[in-house]
Ligand binder design. Structure first.
Ligand SMILES: Nc1nc2c(ncn2[C@@H]2O[C@H](COP(=O)(O)OP(=O)(O)O)[C@@H](O)[C@H]2O)c(=O)[nH]1
Ligand SMILES: [Mg+2]
Length: 459
């Protein structure tokens, strides 16, 4: 049982219309009553209602602010504790003064995330749901926040719990055999255990696979625009960001540093990186830019290799392509300045020669949508049903899943190599614990419960 009361500002600090101060814990109402003067005391105010009133400094009798106070009685609250939310005027000073008053009356400053932590400690949400709260706050696009909201509703927890239940059933069968070897109606034969374990591994693999896309959604996908100078990289960057951040000129070598900008491409947060362009140069500053371009290519998830459709592929173009291919970097080759190619036959020939390439005219706004489609397809890859699929977006979860998967792989090997049941059980138990870490459950009690609930052991 948590017996202290915490308080903190829940809105962003800075100039705003209002600030919301949140207080949670057993003394929330009594502390509020020392400061708040409304028609009713907070103690007598109905739960889940709002009341208008004034905040009065109890020592000086001075009014600090006019506020609205929401009273929420445990357990139907965010933290499952008594909660008070006070909407006061915005800005830094009032909220600070009010908070200091609350601290003076016995509340203590809330640590980062502590309200949500209490929701977890008090059993309202599990760990993965608590983590989803953070993701919602930080979501960069609507699609990302949808995935996080689903996780908050329990999509990941449910999937993990399903898998854990299967493991518990498997384990309880094995443990019955261990505890009661004379009980000869073997509940789970080794070969059945192996079959079941392999099935569960497939479930885990599917979740682990979803992490690639989940991570792209959460952290953003890095897309680098690269190619020799003057092919239109900065123009493309400006078109995709709908801004004029990159300087466009017809003097080759204008962009000397890398420029980064976040854009939303069909709901995928994309970090676009415009580069200096790759070419041999004597200019030291430009050379630095070239080196940075190459590093940007190395770190990107996906590369847009730009070239000029009106010119033949030059050695510099080939070098970029070779570099990308050599690093097994996913990329798309783009011929820009299609508008300069008047000869239809030539266009057809190019398209035949490079069937996977895209053809663009940034100047005339041709082919941009196709390019956005391509970037989206790369992000999504084979995930057909991205809007309904359960996605792993969290590195911690991925780590836990992979560890569990390895342990189950070792259980299968143990069975294969004719090791004893208790060796197999050990791995399965460990896998169960790893999965339990995702949601914050403790496994052992569940196992015990499952054994007893499935069998009338006293028989
Ligand atoms: N005709 C034509 N010119 C373009 C196109 N895209 C860019 N340019 C021009 O090509 C020149 C170089 O563009 P810029 O974006 O600075 O190229 P970068 O060096 O690769 O960044 C500028 O004069 C642009 O206006 C296009 O699609 N068609
Ligand atoms: Mg440029």
């Amino acid at each position: 049982m948590i017996n202290n009361t915490i308080a903190g500002v829940s809105t962003a600090v800075g100039n705003s219309g209002i600030s919301v101060i949140r207080m949670s814990g057993p003394s929330a109402f009594s502390i509020a009553d020392r400061l708040f003067k409304g028609r009713k005391t907070v103690k007598n105010q109905n739960t889940h209602t709002v009341q208008y009133g004034k905040i009065i400094n109890p020592e000086t009798g001075e009014m600090i602010d006019e506020v609205l106070l929401i009273k929420m009685e445990a357990p139907r609250t965010y933290t499952r504790e008594d909660v008070v939310e006070i909407s006061c005027h915005g800005g830094y000073t009032i909220a600070r003064t009010l908070l200091n008053q609350l601290y003076g009356l016995g509340a203590r400053p809330a640590e980062p995330g502590e309200f949500t932590k209490r929701a977890f400690l008090n059993g309202r949400i599990d760990l993965s749901q608590a983590e989803a709260v953070m993701d919602i706050i930080q979501a960069r696009t609507e699609r990302v926040s949808k995935v996080a909201v689903k996780q908050l509703e329990g999509s990941v927890s449910k999937k993990i719990d399903d898998i854990r239940e299967k493991l518990i059933a498997l384990l309880s069968g094995i443990e019955v055999n261990l505890d009661y070897p004379e009980y000869d109606a073997e509940e789970v034969t080794l070969s059945e255990a192996k079959k079941e374990t392999i099935k569960i591994i497939a479930d885990l693999d599917e979740l682990i696979k979803s992490f690639r896309f989940g991570k792209l959604l959460r952290e953003g996908m890095e897309v680098v625009i690269i190619g020799r100078p003057n092919v239109g990289k900065s123009s493309l960057m400006n078109r995709l960001t709908r801004k004029n951040r990159s300087i466009v000129t017809d003097i080759p070598g204008t962009t000397r540093d890398v420029i980064e900008e976040y854009v939303n491409i069909k709901g995928i947060p994309v970090k676009l990186v415009d580069t200096a362009g790759v070419r041999e140069t004597e200019d030291q500053l430009e050379q630095l830019g070239v080196e940075r371009s190459i590093r940007a290519l190395e770190s990107a998830d996906f590369a847009l290799i730009l070239t000029d459709a009106s010119q033949p592929l030059l050695a510099e173009d080939e070098e970029v392509i070779t570099r990308a291919a050599g690093e097994k970097k996913s990329f798309v080759l783009i011929f820009n300045k299609l508008d300069l190619l008047k000869d239809e036959e030539k266009i057809d020939r190019l398209k035949k020669e490079y069937p996977d390439a895209l053809f663009l005219s940034v100047k005339e706004d041709v082919g941009i949508e196709g390019l956005e489609e391509k970037i989206f397809d790369f992000a999504v890859q084979n995930n057909q049903d991205i809007d309904n699929q359960v996605l792993i977006t969290n590195t911690r979860h991925e780590h836990q899943l992979k560890t569990a998967r390895e342990l189950l792989g070792s259980a299968v090997l143990s069975i294969q190599n004719g090791l004893t049941l208790d060796m197999v059980a050990m791995d399965i138990k460990a896998a169960l614990e790893e999965l339990g870490k995702i949601t914050g459950h403790h496994a052992d009690e569940d196992v015990v419960h499952a054994i007893f609930s499935r069998f009338c052991i006293g028989k």
